[in-house]
Design a protein around this ligand. Structure first.
Ligand code: NOJ
Length: 720
């Protein structure tokens, strides 16, 4: 008997013994150790707990296994989003590494630490494609591109789950939020989403499909109303696409109360109706709200729901428990000492943070010359552990964070560092300390300024309408810029900020996201040239909020704006140059494109060659370019390949990322970088929602970012 058939037959045996109440109990997830938790567990009235860990989890598990009628173990879940105790950069920062290997390692470390506290299940990766940085949850995902998000999402699934979910150091992953949640109108969290099916299938669904193919054990339905049907009651996305088209056999959990939130959505009349709609759509487990436990028995008695729905849901839940090996090993009993913050965990977090930082400007200010006398370290985020942890870092501890101030003091000697926070905190408008600051930095040879957003400005329900630096941080920059000393800004944030007002005032700008526990040493490594920056933007950076949504894989329109179009028109109001898809008052282009990032050397791309200029359907093409490190330092280039389908039966984006490689090169060295493209990689959904590759002409770029590159052309014929 294979493992799968033995699990299915064990489920059959168990299902045959379960009462309806016990089955419904499995479908409920309770948050926290509520007052009557033990009694509920004892009567088999709950399948999972959220946010119960360690000793509490052990005790509830003991009751479930020893004192409930059938001894079915509980499942303990928690948001282990970018680390457990060792906090890695926020997922958006991890995406900026363009390095699936370090992302996989980050998830492995998080799983290992979480499992030591009896956790079996994390609610990550968040695979929502985010085209709007006003949306605070952009921090939790991998940015705007479906290909990059899929690669990183798969790496996270592999890192959390490993080869075998039964490994005591691995935990189940959860693909969320299914689906379209990030397209919230106006970037306002929980808002309505309208996504045409073609866009849904080409942009929003592919990362989820990749996660399902990678074997993700669970998936979370979302809060949003998608094209009029809330995603937690959406049979089209949850049954037709997920189960029927993709063959997902894992477990679907709702988001927190998202089942009963179908009432204010105006989709369910009451909790009973909400339960019926969520179950019929395929939500197996209800997170927090209890409409299932309250109403399913009567829904079945009244013939509204078939008992088959319940059996299918419970089967999915039990399958997960069997796969995790909980019936054999309900309690891990691992000593967290020696696991939490282990040396190799901290090392991986430091590498991840280092690779996540994106150098956006450098006018010979970096790396810092170690020969200088004193360095001023300024800014409200220079020594703020909480903020560098970022959002969703429940188990991370501020006092365990190595801040940039601490790391620079350690690297250079405390006596060479002059520190001043500048402002009491990053949102503060209190500028009373600025005159003193100007004096304090007087003796310094260079200034490193830590500004940005505090952790609490991103994450769930933390959308912003203004994306400039909060508080009086711009005034702080003005004071420092006026000193004439080399000024290096390190920006920490949970999203892309609008940097236009400050860019000209600084000599260098390093974007560090919220870099996690080891953010300080990682940033110090880069500032001091111990390592060269290698992060690349996983999102387009706008010049102004008014340009949003702004993303690289847009459609051309019938009137594309030429690159040399003046941003403020100089001609008459009827000047035909202005009748294009741009703005009167701001350049149509981004401040920084997707995929952008500088380093301490320069790279040259040359000699693009394609294996063929004409290929048949089902065939493969290779594209090669030579990359040369033309500078004086070793560094890593993230080489990217983009494609454009010139004419389609539906219009196609002006570019789409199809691959990337991190290439390390010594100064003066050259290397050929080769990508392989199969015609299937060029498929999209036509008007009839068939996924096809259409014959015709294509452009291809091997490029340093989405707005540049060596361009080649090829054609796909009708047949091979
Ligand atoms: C609500 C969030 O939307 C979701 O991402 C999270 O996993 C759950 N709460 C559980 O905390």
């Amino acid at each position: 008997m294979t493992l799968t058939t033995s699990i299915e037959s064990r489920i059959d045996t168990l299902l045959a013994q379960m009462t309806l109440a016990e089955k419904i109990g499995q479908m409920w997830q309770i948050s926290g150790k509520i007052e009557d938790a033990e009694a509920i567990v004892r009567r088999g009235g709950v399948g999972s707990f959220l946010n119960v860990i360690g000793e509490d989890a052990r005790e509830l598990q003991r009751i479930a296994v020893e004192e409930s009628r059938l001894g079915i173990p509980l499942l303990f879940g928690r948001d282990v989003i970018h680390g457990f105790r060792t906090i890695f950069p926020i997922p958006l920062g991890q995406a900026a590494t363009f390095d699936p290997q370090i992302v996989r390692e980050g998830a492995r470390v998080a799983a290992r630490e979480a499992a030591a506290l009896e956790l079996h299940w994390t609610f990550t990766p968040m695979l929502d494609i985010a085209r709007d940085p006003r949306w605070g949850r952009i921090a939790e995902g991998c940015g705007e591109d479906p290909y990059l998000t899929a690669q990183m999402g798969v790496a996270m699934v592999e890192g959390f789950q490993g080869e075998d979910l039964g490994d005591p150091e691995r935990i189940a992953a959860c693909l969320k939020h299914y689906v379209g949640y990030s397209a919230a109108e106006g970037g306002r969290d929980y808002n309505t989403t309208w996504i045409p099916e073609g866009l849904l299938r080409d942009v929003y669904l592919p990362p989820f499909h990749a996660g399902v193919k990678a074997g993700a054990a669970t998936l979370m339905s979302a809060f949003n109303d998608l094209n009029g049907i809330p995603t937690s009651g959406n049979a089209f996305t949850l049954r037709q696409i997920l189960r029927d088209e993709w063959g997902f056999d894992g477990m679907v959990v709702s988001d927190w109360n998202s089942v009963i939130e179908m009432i204010p959505h105006g989709f369910a009349a009451d909790e009973k109706d909400a339960a019926a709609k969520a179950i019929a759509a395929g939500v197996d487990m209800e997170m927090v709200s209890h409409s299932y436990v309250d109403h399913v028995e009567s829904l079945i008695a009244e013939g509204v729901l078939s008992p088959d729905f319940i059996d299918a849901a419970v089967r999915a839940i039990l399958r997960l428990k069997f796969r995790l090996g909980l019936f054999e090993r309900p309690i891990n009993n691992i000593d967290p000492e020696g696991v939490l913050l282990a040396e190799d965990h901290l090392r991986a977090a430091r590498i991840a943070a280092r690779e996540s930082c994106v150098l956006l400007k450098n006018e010979s200010a970096l790396p810092l010359d170690r020969q200088f006398g004193k360095l001023a370290v300024v800014g409200p985020l220079a020594d703020s552990g909480d903020d560098q942890l970022g959002c969703w870092a429940f188990d991370g501890r501020s006092d365990e964070c190595r801040t940039p101030l601490a790391a620079l003091r350690e690297a250079l000697g405390a006596d060479r560092i002059i520190y001043h926070p500048g402002l009491p905190h990053a949102r503060s408008h209190d500028t009373s300390g600025l005159p003193e600051l100007a004096q304090t930095v007087g003796e310094a040879d260079a200034i490193v300024l830590f500004v940005g957003e505090e952790a609490i400005l991103s994450g769930e329900a933390h959308s912003r309408a203004f994306l400039d630096l909060p508080g009086a941080q711009e005034a702080l920059i003005d004071v420092l810029s006026a000193t004439g000393k080399p000024l290096i800004a390190v920006v920490m944030a949970g999203r892309s900020l609008v940097l236009s007002p400050i860019l000209d005032k600084v000599d260098a700008l390093l974007y560090a996201w919220h870099p996690g526990t080891m953010g300080g040493p990682a940033i110090a490594d880069l500032l001091l040239g111990e390592a060269s920056p290698s992060g690349r933007l996983p999102v387009t950076f706008p010049r102004s909020v008014g340009q949003i949504p702004l993303y690289y894989n847009y459609k051309n329109t019938g009137r594309p704006t030429p690159d040399d179009a003046p941003s403020i028109p100089t001609g008459t109001p009827l000047d035909p140059k202005n009748f294009t898809a741009g703005y009167l008052d701001v350049d149509h282009r981004p401040l920084f494109p997707f995929g952008y990032g500088l380093t301490y050397t320069t790279f040259e791309y040359s000699d693009l060659r394609l294996s063929t200029m004409r290929l048949g359907m089902g065939e493969t093409l290779t594209a090669t370019a030579t990359l040369t490190n033309t500078g004086t330092r070793a560094a890593t280039e993230v080489v990217q390949i983009y494609v454009r389908d010139l004419v389609g039966s539906v219009t196609r984006p002006i570019r789409e990322l199809k691959g990337f490689q991190r290439v390390d090169l010594a100064p003066g060295a050259s290397q050929d970088v080769t990508f392989t493209l199969h015609t299937d990689d060029l498929a999209f959904h036509n008007a009839a929602m068939q996924r096809i590759t259409e014959p015709g002409k294509f452009h291809l770029w091997i490029a340093p970012h989405a707005a540049d590159g060596l361009r080649g052309e090829f054609e796909i014929g009708r047949s091979a």
